[in-house]
Each structure stands twice: as structure tokens, then as C-alpha cells.
Design a protein around this ligand. Structure first.
Ligand SMILES: Nc1ncnc2c1ncn2[C@@H]1O[C@H](COP(=O)(O)OP(=O)(O)OP(=O)(O)O)[C@@H](O)[C@H]1O
Ligand SMILES: [Mg+2]
Length: 387
């Protein structure tokens, strides 16, 4: 019932889900996507909603067993624990798989189907590895397993998380060659970060395709206008679409603007569209101002490091001589004076920027801008010119 109520509040994309599911499940011999598929889209644009409400049902309808893991559900937990917990939960719902593992291992614990087995025995470095756990699930369910990892970039911020990704790679190789198959679908809000999971040979999912997840568009805007029928007049989708695009395709901006109008009791019928336009503009400005306030509170060296990283993206090399020169240019520009830049100060600035959640660091020392939207803000403000 709850799902029913929730699902009527969102706009569904069944056709996109069906196509994507097909792509994930039926891999052409000339494609690398049996390695996994990576989907990137900016923050707050509806990734999680789509994965849970549209893609999961489409995969299930095609006969797949879906395991969904959100690595941001508990940001304090080690990503490896979150992955292991979700695989244990899938096992707990599959008694034949548990019985199979218990018989194979003779492990003590709660009684399942006449044998004893404790789920604590499943995990990295435990009696039952993730490969064995997923193999048991595959053998007993006799169907392809799809593991969806939401905010997958979080996995490579800890060494246990990296280990979990390698364990999943082994499971994928085992299940794809000897069982009913395993597909790993990773999503994330930052393309640069997500790319780190697959670009280097020593990453578990080397070579997997990285796709820009299609944002919500005209069909969503029409649905939104149809569902704001409590306003005195109907919103015009042709006027709302460019506003939605300018808001970075974020449904919450439109939602907050509509709420502003709902509480404006003096609002007249013929002023609705103009008033909505102004409300969206002010929501966009407020969101940007909020981010820029944090940026303007940085020291010159922190600001310089942020801008140079934003400009370089994947090519960022924090401690190279050429990068040092760029820090100097950026810091001089903001402070209006000659600023000496030394490595310890850069190191300190990177730590401070991580603490302010502006910069993100993978466990092997590679950096990225936390929210890719900030790069556009800095670029539009002219702060990245010449860097
Ligand atoms: N298809 C949709 N129909 C209606 N509202 C939506 C839809 N998709 C997303 N939203 C709304 O947009 C907001 C962000 O959605 P969601 O959490 O799915 O995005 P996300 O990209 O996963 O965000 P994050 O980057 O924080 O993980 C939520 O308030 C959600 O209700
Ligand atoms: Mg999400």
C-alpha cells in the first residue's frame, strides 16, 4: 500500500527502465557491459528514485534477482559493511541458498530448513566469501542477479570498500562463466569520481561503460504541471521546461517554487505563471548563494586549490610544479597580492576542503570536487579562467 501511495507521487519512466534493463541483462558479445554499467547524473536529479521505482521493477519483471545497495544510506558505515549487509539480507530471504551454504560449511547459528547457519559468517575475510554467497544465490534462484550500487564512488574511499569491489568482481567473473550471471550497476553523482572505479587497470571494474543517465525532461514537466492543479491557474509546460533545465533538472526546485505559490493567498489566476517564474529564479539563486557563501569563506590558498582542482578535473595532479604555478595565479587573483604557495599549505588546504565537504578523496589519494554543480558555478563566475 505504501509503495502504491509513494509511486503515485512520482513521474515514472517505464520505457527508459525497460531499455536500460534490457541493456544490462542481455549483453552483446562485443560489449564490455558484462563488466558492469556505470550511470552518472548530478545531485538531486532523481537517480535513486529511478533505480528503486522504475529500474528495479523492470529488472524483476525480466526475471532478475535484484539486490539494491545505497552507500549513502549510512554515511558513517564502512561501504564494505553496507555491501555485505545487503547481500546477507538477500540470503536471508532465500532459504534454499542458506541451506546450501550451511550444508557446505557445517556452520553453527540459527536453524534454517533443519540446518544451522549464521549470516554473520558471510563477509570479507569470513568463512563464507561474497563469491560463495552470491554463487549460492545464483544456483538456487537459477536466475541472473543484478546488484545495484547507488553512490558507488563511496566504495573507494576506504580500503575495505575497495576490497568489497574486488570481491564483487570475482563474483561477477564466477557467476558470468559458471552460473546464471551477475551484473553490477553502479550509479553516482559525479562522473569524475565514478570514472575512478573503472578507468585504471587496478580498479575492479576496469573498462565498464560509463553512461550519462538521462535527466528528467519535457514529459516530467508536463506531469508536474498536470499535478499542480491546486494552484489558481494551470502552469504552462512550455514556460516551465526552460526553467527546469536552468534549475539543473532538479524536481525539488520546481516543488519548492510551487509551494511558495500555494502559500501566497493573494495570488490571482492570471499572475500564476509569472509568479512561478520568479519563484523558480529565486530558488535557483538561493541554492547557488548558499554554495557560494561557503566558497567565499575560504582562505586564498583553499580557494586556489578548489579552483585549480575544478578546472583540471580528472587531470588534477596536486603536487606538480605546473599545478603549483596555477595555485599561485588563482590565489593572487583572489587576495590581490603575491601569495607564496608551498606543499604543506596545499596539503592543509585539501584537508580543510574535505572537512567542508567541497572536495572528495579516494583511498588511493586521488581528488575530485564533491558536487559537480560547483564546477559550473565557479566557471560561470569566471573563477576558472586561465587555470
Ligand atoms: N521521477 C520523479 N518524479 C517526481 N519527483 C522526483 C522524481 N525523481 C526525483 N524526484 C524528486 O527529486 C528529489 C531528488 O530525487 P532523488 O533522491 O531520487 O535524486 P538523487 O539523484 O538520487 O539525489 P542524490 O544526489 O541526493 O542521491 C526527491 O525529492 C524526489 O522526490
Ligand atoms: Mg540518490
Amino acid at each position: 500500500m505504501a509503495t502504491q501511495a509513494n509511486s503515485s507521487k512520482i513521474f515514472h519512466r517505464p520505457e527508459l527502465a525497460r531499455k536500460l534493463a534490457q541493456q544490462i541483462l542481455h549483453v552483446s558479445p562485443t560489449s564490455a557491459s558484462s563488466s558492469g554499467v556505470f550511470l552518472a547524473a548530478p545531485r538531486r536529479t532523481g537517480k535513486t528514485t529511478f533505480m528503486r521505482q522504475d529500474l528495479t521493477p523492470a529488472l524483476v519483471a525480466s526475471g532478475a534477482l535484484v539486490i539494491y545497495v545505497d552507500l549513502w544510506e549510512d554515511p558513517k558505515a564502512d561501504p564494505s559493511d553496507v555491501i555485505v549487509t545487503s547481500i546477507r539480507a538477500a540470503l536471508a530471504q532465500n532459504e534454499p541458498a542458506l541451506v546450501r551454504l550451511a550444508k557446505g560449511w557445517g556452520l553453527g547459528g540459527a536453524k534454517v530448513g533443519g540446518v544451522e547457519f549464521s549470516l554473520d559468517r558471510v563477509g570479507l575475510g569470513k568463512d563464507v566469501s561474497l563469491v560463495q554467497a552470491l554463487s549460492a544465490l545464483s544456483e538456487t534462484s537459477k536466475t541472473i542477479i543484478v546488484l545495484i550500487i547507488d553512490e558507488a564512488q563511496h566504495a573507494i574511499t576506504t580500503s575495505a570498500g575497495n576490497d568489497a569491489m574486488f570481491a564483487l568482481k570475482s563474483a561477477r567473473d564466477e557467476l558470468n562463466s559458471n552460473q546464471h550471471g551477475l551484473r553490477v550497476v553502479c550509479t553516482g553523482s559525479n562522473r569524475d569520481k565514478l570514472a575512478m572505479l573503472k578507468n585504471s587497470k587496478d580498479q575492479a571494474f576496469f573498462g565498464a561503460p560509463l553512461i550519462n543517465f538521462p535527466p528528467l525532461g519535457a514529459a516530467y514537466v508536463k506531469w508536474f504541471c498536470d499535478h499542480t492543479d491546486d494552484l489558481p491557474a494551470r502552469l504552462d509546460p512550455d514556460m516551465v521546461l526552460p526553467l527546469f533545465e536552468r534549475s539543473g533538472h532538479r524536481p525539488e526546485i520546481l516543488g519548492a517554487a510551487a509551494d511558495e505559490l500555494r502559500f501566497d493567498f493573494a495570488l490571482e489566476d492570471d499572475g500564476v505563471n509569472e509568479r512561478f517564474l520568479a519563484a523558480v529564479e529565486s530558488q535557483i539563486a538561493a541554492a547557488n548563494d548558499d554554495t557560494m557563501r561557503v566558497v567565499h569563506s575560504l582562505t586564498p590558498i583553499q580557494f586556489a586549490v578548489l579552483c585549480v582542482l575544478a578546472a583540471a578535473g580528472e587531470r588534477y595532479a596536486p603536487f606538480e610544479a605546473a599545478t603549483l604555478e596555477k595555485y599561485r595565479i588563482a590565489a593572487n587573483r583572489v587576495s590581490g597580492a603575491e601569495t607564496a604557495i608551498e606543499f604543506p599549505a596545499v596539503q592543509g588546504a585539501l584537508v580543510a576542503l574535505q572537512e567542508k565537504s567541497l572536495v572528495w578523496k579516494a583511498s588511493r589519494g586521488v581528488y575530485a570536487i564533491e558536487d559537480i554543480g560547483l564546477v559550473d558555478l565557479l566557471r560561470n563566475g569566471g573563477y576558472l579562467d586561465g587555470l
